[in-house]
Design a protein around this ligand. Sequence first.
Ligand SMILES: C[S@@+](CC[C@H](N)C(=O)[O-])C[C@H]1O[C@@H](n2cnc3c(N)ncnc32)[C@H](O)[C@@H]1O
Length: 341
Amino acid sequence: MAPSRPRIDIESVFRLTELADYIVPFTVRAVADLGIADQLTDGPRPVAELADATGAHAPSLLRALRALAGKGIFTEVEPEVFALTPLAEPLRTDHPLSLRDAYPLLAPDIEAWAHFDHSIRTGKAAFDQVHPEGYWSYMAAHPRDSARFDASQQAATRLELRAALPAYPWGDLGTMVDVGGGNGAFLGGIMARFPNLRGTLFDLPHVVAEAEPVLQKLGVAQRCTVTGGSFFETVPAGADAYMLKRILYGWDDDGAVRLLRAVRAAMRPDSRLLVLEPVVEPGDRFDVGRLYDLLLLAMVGGGARSREHIERLLDVADLKLARSLPTMMFPILEIVPKTEA
Ligand SMILES: C[S@@+](CC[C@H](N)C(=O)[O-])C[C@H]1O[C@@H](n2cnc3c(N)ncnc32)[C@H](O)[C@@H]1O
């Protein structure tokens, strides 16, 4: 059969140009970093004032805001005067689901994306092409980037928390360990709603070192133990529940099984493990899980798995899926020991 001839469809060419562009995403990130949305909470302001208040170069800020206004993020209500729009609101720091810190311009991440074709060719992390020590060792050695990464996780957690709270009977739990729980925003957010829940936050030492103010602010510090360590070595034992939120998919199958075995070793016969992360579904439907999946591929070489794939790993680690609870983001997989320990 002769190859088909390309169809010239100008709409599609323009649409692809928009989709493939990275200028708008980078501009959103730069404008978020400047805190422009916070300057517009009392109403529209001239760009000269915004530039003054944020230390920006007014003509360049004008160009950035006009580009974003073309996408519905901010609006130019009169020449050189800008206001918030629904798409700009989540860039406010005081927004309950604030995304201001969600999209940091982290140089090592951006360098890694420049090698993303390597990930697609090999299945390995593009990040390691630039920083062979790997993502987590890089972060441990770069406190500023690490703090910005943790803040981005905290921002993502706001939405995940809202999705997870109504989806699981958290009130039935007395104790929960958040394994790889970052700076405690998720665990603390659950504990703040369930005053009988006692928590343990477990993550690498340099990460949990930043948790205290987050837990204090949520009013749960008295009920939360903070423990630093590697989840490949040991996990705090004997809790009612263990949480792995966006952790398992950061590791290849060998790493994931090692991690699951470490959690299994810490579990009582009646403990449960809750895995909260994207699960791969076939088909064209777009969801944020597909973005996370590729982010993980680029940065750490892991990625989302199908439910069947997760079940195979659980089986090797002497665990089994009890049920899968849908949330408006990722499902919560409730997992129990397969045999008595
Ligand atoms: C993608 S983040 C997810 C954080 C948090 N669970 C959330 O959903 O916001 C992965 C976390 O795993 C932690 N981590 C990586 N390697 C670890 C290890 N060996 N032991 C404990 N935590 C680790 C990182 O420090 C980071 O906080």
